[in-house]
Design a protein around this ligand. Structure first.
Ligand SMILES: Cc1cc2nc3c(=O)[nH]c(=O)nc-3n(C[C@H](O)[C@H](O)[C@H](O)COP(=O)(O)OP(=O)(O)OC[C@H]3O[C@@H](n4cnc5c(N)ncnc54)[C@H](O)[C@@H]3O)c2cc1C
Ligand SMILES: NC(=O)c1ccc[n+]([C@@H]2O[C@H](COP(=O)([O-])OP(=O)(O)OC[C@H]3O[C@@H](n4cnc5c(N)ncnc54)[C@H](O)[C@@H]3O)[C@@H](O)[C@H]2O)c1
Length: 451
């Protein structure tokens, strides 16, 4: 087999984590090979954060247009021309691809459009049979959506399919209750579909604050989403008029035009040669790593959605950069703090969350927990007579009333959260918030005015 031994680092996977690791290692002078058989940017750029956010923005515009006519604007009832919008969306994504290619060239990183498989801890073979060797290997192969194992599952699509859709179906059943289910249900409803959200459990967004999750369901119902909680989906079949879904009690739904599964994701590890390198998976099927994202095998590292860390792009990027600073930059950096990762659900309205939910705080600190909440109608919704409500919550603990959780459901929560997340990392207390002068009239002022 042909051999190529000129690299310090081989990166397998050119998504969020792999690209960040390759660029940072090259900045430190490492000779880097990056293997990516598909589009640069991985899930986030091609079938995740970026096209999702574009659709969310379109949905926000649709919501504003609806409010505009209520408020007295001569705004006609206009539907989105998906082809035009998708043209803009994909052009934006192509711009990101081009920027990555330019940066890879400039950094002298060898991009190989192929899959990689570990032969051992130092050698990787490509689909074409070229063997590469390096003293370090970074695994960053991400994940893919899973369909549940039920009869008729092949009749439904997954999030990757959603990004190929060219119109809004008249009716759609979204199965799942996590980030993707909630986000895509909101987008489709705003863009004109009649959406049924079928959630197996009693609530949406496990791990988020209970009251915030309940308020979102209420807001979604006002928008017209038919939220069915405690509704398992056990089969799908094609009938006259579309697809129907069976629940746990054996009842069939009314037919819908399309079904979208948002029932979780699984790491891309098949055919990666982990056995050959001596890497075993954990009980949930992830690659186990230590606090510095080192696997059990010296010189082999893993970041992103193949690890148990939160499956978020900034987490994959931060992990990869820190790792490369240690390995090639000689910089001893503290482990990545994964307790207070800020995150936003791009629902309508969005949810921002950093730190512990009320239930998590009570489980950790017992009675020593204080909760403040503000429920209100944002001004634009009040003016337009819309019943949509915002809910903000602060969770604090201890004599100093340190803020350990901040939960924002409402307009602009997505843009509000980042600054508060910085303050929380610096030990924000309730007194700090109360000492800060409010910005009036905004929704954000509710955070410093909460008593
Ligand atoms: C619909 C959706 C919306 C999302 N929205 C957000 C959001 O708003 N904010 C957020 O922070 N996160 C979001 N995420 C999560 C985010 O996209 C992921 O956490 C992130 O992309 C993970 O990065 P990664 O580097 O682990 O993997 P990926 O970005 O998935 O990249 C992995 C790459 O590895 C390649 N690959 C696989 N096997 C091989 C192999 N054997 N050899 C070579 N290459 C290989 C793949 O082709 C892929 O390009 C979203 C995800 C989805 C699905
Ligand atoms: N805004 C963001 O940052 C963002 C957006 C999308 C995704 N993500 C990341 O991607 C990850 C994956 O998202 P996801 O929504 O696919 O997964 P998830 O784990 O968040 O949610 C999966 C949902 O599917 C349900 N489910 C699983 N099997 C089912 C079945 N057989 N029938 C019915 N329901 C079933 C689960 O109960 C859960 O509600 C997220 O956890 C998140 O880390 C982030």
């Amino acid at each position: 087999m042909p051999q190529h031994n000129d690299f310090d680092l081989i990166v397998i996977g050119g998504g969020s984590g792999g690209l960040a690791g390759a660029f940072r290692a090259a900045e430190h002078g490492a000779r880097v090979a990056l293997l990516e058989p598909a589009a640069l940017g991985g899930t986030c750029v091609n079938v995740g954060c970026v096209p999702k956010k574009a659709m969310w923005l379109a949905a926000e515009v649709a919501g504003k247009l609806r409010q505009a006519s209520v408020l007295g604007f001569d705004a006609p009832d206009c539907a989105l021309d998906w082809s035009t919008f998708i043209g803009h969306r994909q052009r934006y994504i192509e711009g990101i691809h081009a920027a990555y290619r330019r940066r890879l060239d400039a950094a002298g990183i060898a991009l190989m459009p192929t899959r990689g498989r570990l032969l051992d801890a130092r050698r990787v073979v490509t689909d074409e049979g070229l063997v590469l060797s390096a003293s370090h290997v970074l695994l960053a192969t991400g994940g893919q959506p899973v369909r549940p194992d039920i009869p008729g599952a092949e009749l439904g699509g997954v999030s990757d399919d959603f990004f190929t859709w060219r119109d809004a179906p008249a009716s759609v059943a979204v199965v799942g209750g996590g980030y993707i289910a909630v986000e895509l249900a909101g987008v489709l409803q705003a863009l004109g579909s009649h959406v049924t959200l079928r959630v197996r459990g009693q609530r949406v967004l496990d791990g988020f604050d209970d009251e915030i999750a309940a308020q979102l369901v209420e807001d979604y119902r006002h928008l017209g989403v038919d939220c069915r909680l405690s509704t398992a989906t056990t089969a799908i079949e094609r009938v006259d008029g579309g697809l129907r879904l069976r629940d746990g009690a054996g009842e069939w739904s009314e037919p819908v035009d399309r079904v979208l599964f948002a029932t979780g994701r699984r790491p891309n590890l098949v055919g990666l040669g982990l056995d050959a390198a001596g890497i075993a998976l954990d009980a949930r099927g992830f690659v186990p790593v230590d606090a510095h994202f080192r696997t059990a095998v010296d010189g082999v590292y893993a970041v992103g959605d193949i690890t148990p860390a939160p499956a978020l792009t900034p987490v994959a990027i931060a992990a990869a950069r820190r790792l490369m600073d240690r390995v090639f930059g000689g910089r001893e950096r503290a482990p990545l703090a994964l307790d207070d990762v800020p995150t936003v659900v791009f629902s309508h309205p969005p949810i921002g969350r950093v730190g512990l939910s009320e239930a998590q705080a009570r489980a950790r600190f017992g009675d020593d927990v204080q909760v403040l909440r503000a429920g209100f109608r944002p001004m634009l919704h009040a003016l337009a007579g819309s019943p949509q409500r915002s809910l903000f919550k602060i969770v604090c603990t201890g004599e100093a009333r340190r803020v350990v959780g901040l939960h924002l459901l409402g307009e602009a929560a997505d843009e509000m959260l980042q600054g508060f997340a910085v303050a929380m990392r610096r030990g924000l207390t309730l007194d700090d918030l109360h000492d800060t002068i409010a910005i009036h009239p905004t929704s954000a002022e509710e955070v410093v005015l909460m008593r």
